[in-house]
Design a protein around this ligand. Structure first.
Ligand SMILES: NC(=O)C1=CN([C@@H]2O[C@H](COP(=O)(O)OP(=O)(O)OC[C@H]3O[C@@H](n4cnc5c(N)ncnc54)[C@H](O)[C@@H]3O)[C@@H](O)[C@H]2O)C=CC1
Ligand SMILES: O=C(O)[C@@H]1CCC=N1
Length: 282
């Protein structure tokens, strides 16, 4: 798939869309082919400063920003909060080219809602990325809308491949993907925070403990990223029989930590379903 002449635009460019933008530019798509819209001019200036050659339009000073960016695009990536998606679609629907591929990264926003806000036949893809995309270490799922065929899915996969791994899932699984990999980086950061606090309780200097925790979670992440890595085998390699690690893991198991994590992920998926229901009731 040739992305050589693709014009790509990011509508809304906060944490998630900037992470994708960063990954795609680092992957070699020329900034001249990419644009982004934001609300505040200060945020636009920040992005222009950070990404040389990127066109950034700010809605607060140019009410046509989203329409201008969307009208010229072959692919648009919607990166606003779920509650803002319908209004954004209403804004851009009249100016989109018929073949423009609309990708939404919004959690809980169904393909049905996306398609209802766009002209019939517009190719739409629902995706669930995560923030390590910025480093090319993300994982993103794609689910095809009714008018997104193999060609559009291949184009989206090709564009997003520089952000990390791309998987295809049926839409019914997106909330589960979100609960594992969409929110997942926050779980890993939460673990690092908890480990740092544990070190302080054991008498370490807070700054040192934060460094130990951060570098350890990052180092473990690098090991997991190696080809063929297996989390269970890697964990066992740290755990000497009857040693210190085993004592910690036994304590985690006795306290039901795997269940705690499963219940947390379930809460994330349930919240996604709740937001979907809230949005469809509007
Ligand atoms: N943050 C994450 O790790 C992930 C977020 N997502 C999804 O990504 C979407 C964005 O989330 P975040 O980046 O975290 O939020 P964010 O608040 O950092 O970014 C949203 C951005 O959109 C801008 N914006 C809002 N309305 C706009 C409009 N009409 N025109 C132009 N810009 C507009 C806001 O000013 C803001 O900068 C959400 O729908 C979320 O569900 C999905 C996966 C992971
Ligand atoms: O917290 C959220 O709602 C979004 C979706 C997945 C990660 N962040």
């Amino acid at each position: 798939m040739d992305t050589g002449h693709i014009n790509l635009t990011f509508l809304g460019c906060g944490s998630m869309n900037e992470a994708i933008l960063g990954g795609i530019l680092a992957g070699g798509l020329p900034a001249a082919q990419v644009s982004a819209t934001v609300r505040r001019p200060e945020r636009a200036a920040e992005l222009r400063e950070r990404y040389d050659g990127l066109t950034v339009l700010a809605g607060n000073e140019d009410p046509e920003a989203n329409r201008t960016a969307a009208a010229g695009a072959d692919v648009v990536i919607l990166g606003v909060k779920p509650v803002g998606v319908a209004a954004l679609l209403a804004e851009i629907a009249p100016v989109l080219k018929p073949g423009t591929v609309v990708i939404s990264v919004a959690a809980a926003v169904s393909l049905e809602l996306l398609e209802a806000g766009l002209p019939a036949g517009q190719p739409v893809i629902r995706s669930m990325p995560n923030t390590p995309s910025r480093l090319g270490r993300g994982v993103v799922s794609l689910s095809a809308g009714t008018s997104a065929g193999e060609e559009e899915m291949a184009l989206a996969a090709e564009l997003l491949s520089s952000t990390g791994r791309v998987v295809q899932v049926p839409e019914e699984q997106v909330d589960a993907v979100s609960a594992v990999s969409g929110s997942g980086p926050a779980y890993a950061f939460y673990l690092a925070e908890a480990m740092a606090r544990a070190g302080v309780e054991l008498g370490l200097d807070p700054e040192l403990s934060a460094i130990l925790a951060r570098d350890t979670v990052a180092g473990a992440g690098y090991m997991l990223a190696e080809p063929g890595a297996d989390a269970t085998a890697l964990r066992r390699a740290v755990s000497s029989p009857n040693g210190t690690t085993e004592a910690a893991i036994r304590s985690f198991d006795e306290q039901g930590l795997p269940d705690v994590i499963a219940r947390g992920a379930r809460a994330a998926a349930e919240r996604a379903a709740e937001i979907t229901a809230e949005l469809s009731a509007k």
